[in-house]
Design a protein around this ligand. Structure first.
Ligand code: NDP
Length: 278
């Protein structure tokens, strides 16, 4: 069993989910089917990953009740204009074979594109919630000032901000700004794309506790209150990453992992302030 986090709109989300970035479209149905068998009930995908159809196929084939699975997708960077938000959301529902999506995120703020206007994009996301086919709207990779802008303009805060967070990049500025608005933090790349598992400090803590390094890193995220969805193509790793609710890290262990932070140097993905893909 995984724990749940209550979002500011009153809905709940499993704190542990399964990520699908770089899961090839043709392998997605089988990979997500395995994740569901292992016990994951929260799947994170995106229009930009090209694998929503595989996620939908796995959900239908699993026979698991719709209300027992939490599904997130994200708006493609090419779809920020209002009409594109609405039409691409329809396509997302169709590919996922759902009549309602739990959570939809603006994937990147893209401050250098669309005349810097992500407020209109946010308003279109809120239209989807009013329409009833989207339960909750959120954002991803939003910096503190991006959050301020959409909240000031609409009075509505996203339920989550999905941002890069891992031991090498704690991203406390964006985390603190999110929390100040009651926004839950989703930590993407929670294992630093696998690199955190190889860290000597993490391995030392893991050896002392008799746990896997990945479990130690994911447990660190959970104890910080963040939502995580590690990705793996391997069943044994999916199982390992799922067994993190039966042990705890001491304050000292938490502090040792905190100390691995390299600030902005630790970023593995793009800087949201300058990421404006053409
Ligand atoms: P993760 O931090 O989840 O790391 C995934 C990598 O770690 C893979 O190479 C995987 O290898 C390896 N791995 C997984 N489990 C273990 C384990 N137990 N032991 C050793 N290695 C392991 O990186 P992601 O970038 O995938 O981030 C997670 C999710 O976050 C994504 O899948 C996506 O859903 C989301 N995301 C969102 C972004 C955004 O902009 N909003 C950006 C990036 C990610 P293998 O698959 O071979 O097992």
């Amino acid at each position: 069993m995984t724990g749940k986090v209550t979002l500011h709109d009153g809905t709940t989300i499993p704190q542990l989910g399964f990520g699908t970035f770089k899961v090839p479209p043709e392998e997605t149905a089988a990979t997500v089917a395995t994740a569901l068998e292992v016990g994951y009930r929260h799947i994170d995908t995106a229009q930009g990953y090209g694998n929503e159809a595989g996620v939908g196929e796995a959900i239908v084939a699993s026979g698991i009740a719709r209300d027992e699975i939490y599904v997130t997708s994200k708006l493609a960077n090419s779809k920020h204009r209002r009409d594109d938000v609405l039409s691409s959301f329809d396509e997302t529902l169709e590919k996922l074979r759902l009549d309602r999506l739990d959570l939809f995120l603006i994937h990147w703020p893209l401050p250098g594109l669309y005349d810097g206007d992500f407020v209109s994009t946010w308003k279109a996301m809120l239209e989807l919630v009013e329409d009833g086919r989207l339960t909750s709207a959120g954002v991803s990779n939003f910096q503190p000032d991006h959050l301020e802008q959409i909240i000031t303009a609409t009075g509505v805060a996203p339920v989550v901000n999905q941002i890069e967070v891992h031991p090498f990049f704690r991203n406390e500025g964006a985390r603190d700004a999110s929390h100040a608005h009651g926004i839950a933090v989703e930590a993407w790349g929670p294992l630093a794309r696998g690199e955190a598992v190889a860290d000597p400090e993490v391995q030392d803590i893991a050896a002392t506790l008799g746990r896997a390094p990945s479990q130690v890193v994911l447990r660190w995220h959970l104890q910080r209150g963040d939502i995580v969805f590690p990705k793996s193509m391997h069943r044994e790793r999916m199982e390992e990453n799922f067994q993190i609710f039966d042990f705890g890290l001491s304050e000292e262990d938490m502090a040792r992992i905190d100390a691995l932070d390299r600030g902005a140097m630790g970023r593995q993905g793009p800087d949201p302030d300058t990421f404006n893909p053409s």
